[in-house]
Design a protein around this ligand. Structure first.
Ligand code: GLA
Length: 502
């Protein structure tokens, strides 16, 4: 009893320490360095950069068919032919300018880096509205998240009709006379909504299920797949989360052909559209989806159940569905550019407690650092699902550390994995494009602990420079290993690169 009381005191006293330095006033270009698009699809990519406004955006070597708005940094247009284009972003303000290489790959692959954005589910669940979505898009700009690479503003479940409901806003005709799906009255004009999101340089996502109903009992796609996707494309959506719910009435969850059928079908229909729509498969990891999600046409797939299914247990789920699932089945072997493992959303800030209230995440500050660090190491989508209109400085600092995001968005796209475990201590490593490695020293235990990353485990040797990613600070030169104290359920997240020969 005494021990439990002790643990509870430690947890409640854990301070929210902001490690991320404030962005500098000089320009800095952030976010993805590579972007995939198909020939003929509308191109939209917004250059993300921090620094004092006003800012001027330019792209050198931009291929024909594209233009960059110098005031907003939005690149738009169409590429008619496949090809790879090396361009240079240049961003200038009164204090100077920043330049960075940006590669455009026009072919058949989308999502060359993990998706970054926001999703409505864990905060607004079944009471999402058009207004909430617009406010989310506004907040992505006003909080500056857009300047760090966040792109998608995604509606989850509950935008379509709900045949059985006491709410007359939901019990609309599920489809029009031609079988095309309708939105419910909380979404009066879907096209106007995506236009609103696109004007800000952001992208819009939508959700449905392959069964007759979604998980929350709203109209879903079964038997109307072609019409529904045509509808989403017409409305202007860029991202589809395709769940599983109620498809268990149609297919068996222990049969691989049944598990794959709805995703093979929907990805084929998506590919036939005249705009790029990224497919996020949400079937909770059934049938080891990581082994076939890419073949089924998904750009990402959920690897486990709902991380926040039980509000109180999010901390437990974080270690189980993050650390254990990923290391047990070596999930890193199956993901890469255009095909990502998805351990679910970033559960930070204010979330629904599923009892009618929006409350602070049950994750302790250390656990929140742990979630963002692990997600970056395993190359997971960074989709925040707390209240984006109510971001305190601590939560915003967790979401907008550019050196941490750079690991997640590394253009080589090689997901990291666990290289050692010693009791509650774990070391995870991710190889990065510039030859350095990102390393997470994690402590899953109840007490502070010393965690050591040995060069042999990391696959490196010799004299190495170590940088603390959260603090964005050099820690010095090390040989053979690096050891640090790590707080309860916390992380020390570093980047290691060979000392340059002078
Ligand atoms: C499932 C999914 C969640 C969410 C809900 C919506 O539980 O796993 O992410 O989309 O459905 O009902």
């Amino acid at each position: 009893m005494l021990v439990l009381a002790g643990i509870l005191t430690v947890r409640s006293q854990e301070p929210k320490i902001i490690l991320t330095p404030k962005p500098k006033t000089e320009p800095r270009i952030n976010g993805a360095k590579i972007f995939g698009i198909r020939p003929g699809s509308p191109f939209l990519f917004t250059i993300s950069a921090t620094g004092k406004r006003p800012m001027r955006y330019e792209v050198l070597n931009l291929p024909a068919g594209l233009r960059c708005d110098p005031v907003t940094g939005q690149i738009s247009g169409v590429l008619s032919k496949p090809g790879e284009f090396i361009t240079f972003f240049k961003v200038t303000n009164e204090l100077g300018s920043a330049k960075r290489v940006f590669k455009i790959v026009c072919g058949d692959k989308l999502a060359l880096t993990p998706h970054m954005g926001w999703n409505s589910w864990y905060v607004w669940e079944n009471h999402v509205t058009d207004k909430i979505m617009r406010e989310a898009a506004d907040a992505m700009v006003s909080t500056g998240m857009i300047d760090h690479g966040y792109v998608y503003v995604n509606i989850d479940d509950c935008w379509s009709a709900k045949p059985v409901s006491s709410d007359s806003l939901l019990t609309v005709e599920p489809r029009d006379k031609n079988g095309f799906i309708n939105s419910n009255k909380k979404f009066p004009d879907m096209k106007a909504l995506t236009d609103y999101i696109h004007l800000k340089g952001l992208k819009a996502g939508i959700y449905t299920s392959p069964g007759t109903l979604t998980c929350a009992g709203h109209t879903a796609a079964y038997g109307h797949e072609e019409q529904d996707i045509a509808r989403y494309a017409g409305w202007g959506y860029d991202f589809l989360k395709y769940d599983w719910c109620s498809y268990s009435d149609i297919g068996k969850t222990d049969n691989l052909t049944d598990l794959q059928r709805p995703y093979l079908l929907i990805s084929k229909i998506l590919r036939a559209q005249k705009r790029d729509i990224v497919l996020n498969m949400c079937q909770y990891g059934m049938g080891d989806v990581w082994k076939w999600g890419k073949k089924a046409g998904g750009q990402s797939w959920r690897t486990a159940g709902d991380l926040g299914g039980s509000f109180e247990d999010i901390g437990t789920a974080l270690f189980r569905d993050g650390f254990d699932v990923y290391s047990k089945d070596s999930l890193h072997l199956y993901a890469g550019p255009g095909a990502w493992n998805d351990p679910d959303y970033l559960l930070l800030g204010y979330l629904s407690n599923w009892k009618g209230k929006t409350v602070p995440t049950p994750l302790t500050p250390n656990e929140q650092y742990t979630q963002v660090s692990l997600w970056s190491i395993v190359a997971a989508p960074l989709i925040f699902s707390g209240d984006i209109t109510r971001l305190d400085d601590f939560t915003l600092s967790l979401l907008t550390n550019d050196e941490v995001i750079e690991v997640d968005q590394d253009p080589m796209g090689l997901p990291g994995h666990r290289v050692s475990r010693d009791g509650n201590n774990e070391v995870w490593v991710r190889k990065l494009e510039d030859g350095s490695v990102a390393v997470g020293l994690f402590n899953r235990g109840e007490n502070e602990s010393k965690v050591t990353a040995s060069w042999t485990d990391l696959g490196i040797s010799g004299n190495q420079e170590v940088r603390d990613l959260w603090r964005q600070k050099e820690l010095g030169k090390f040989k053979g290993n690096f050891t640090s104290d790590v707080l309860r359920h916390g992380v020390v997240f570093i980047r290691i690169k060979p000392v340059s020969e002078k």
